[in-house]
Design a protein around this ligand. Structure first.
Ligand code: SAM
Length: 239
């Protein structure tokens, strides 16, 4: 999977190379990151990329020329059909289904805004989709782009040590994840549930499913309302 990143702060993305799933995926070439900094494309002698908004008001706006030129360079590299995604609080809200959808692409160009945002003409003419990571406003699109890259990477075959762990994560099967415990079996008078210690796989699976259902009911009843039990889940609960 290739991510082309159009950003004024490409160095922020080194965070993805510090340990864990994304670092491994980048190291082994499963994920490739390429950068285009609008500043490198600016025609301004001081490499400016922003100007005051027409109509007045606070803040600055990223200008068409350098942002468009950076996007065009990314498109020239990946091919004209590479989708351009603008990370924006006004976009479609990102969730696990959206991540699964995005993970089907083999390359995506991610556009990170700064200041008050990007000149609307870029969004209208150079962007294919807008995605938001939540109903709050960040100072820039870089963190949002990294959230997207991390979540998409987890979906790529071979990215996780154990592929099943992605399947059992919250939202993957429409439920929240069950609780996890590790050694020791008892600490500070707090014991691991007995069922997890008896080695009976069907009982463990049934307990985990019940926990996942219970948690989803308590914490995210909206998800439970839409959930349809799989045949395996039905069998487990019937036993
Ligand atoms: N004035 C804009 C608005 O209210 O819609 C917000 C601009 S914000 C300060 C600067 C940049 O951060 C945006 O261009 C966008 O790229 C990014 N950003 C902010 N919040 C975001 C969110 N919730 N999801 C994705 N990107 C976000």
């Amino acid at each position: 999977m290739q991510f082309g990143i159009v950003s004024l702060f490409p160095e922020m993305f080194t965070a993805l190379t510090h340990g864990g799933v994304t670092a491994r995926a980048i190291e082994c070439g499963l994920v490739q990151l390429h950068f285009w900094n609008p500043r490198d494309f600016s025609h301004d002698k001081h490499r400016r990329v922003d100007d005051r908004p027409y109509g007045g008001g606070p803040g600055m706006v990223m200008q068409v020329q350098p942002v468009r030129a950076a996007i065009q360079a990314a498109r020239a590299f990946y091919g004209a059909d590479a989708r351009v995604i603008y990370l924006s609080p006004q976009g479609r809200r990102l969730n696990q289904a959206g991540i699964t959808l995005l993970a089907r692409d083999s390359r995506l160009i991610l556009l990170a805004g700064r200041y008050e945002g990007i000149d609307e003409r870029v969004i209208q003419h150079d962007v294919d989709e807008e995605w938001s990571i939540g109903d709050y406003v960040l100072s820039g699109g870089e963190l949002a782009a990294m959230v997207l890259i991390d979540a998409v990477t987890r979906q790529l075959p071979g990215a996780l040590g154990d592929a099943q762990s992605a399947q059992e994560d919250s939202f993957c099967q429409g439920l929240l994840d069950y609780p996890h415990y590790s050694r020791p079996a008892c600490i500070d008078n707090q014991a691991v549930p007995d069922v997890l210690l008896n080695g009976h796989h069907a009982e463990i699976a049934r307990w985990r499913l019940k926990q996942a259902l219970g948690r989803t009911w308590l914490r995210r009843a909206d998800l439970l309302a839409k959930h349809v039990l799989t045949p395996t889940q039905q069998t487990l609960l019937a036993e």
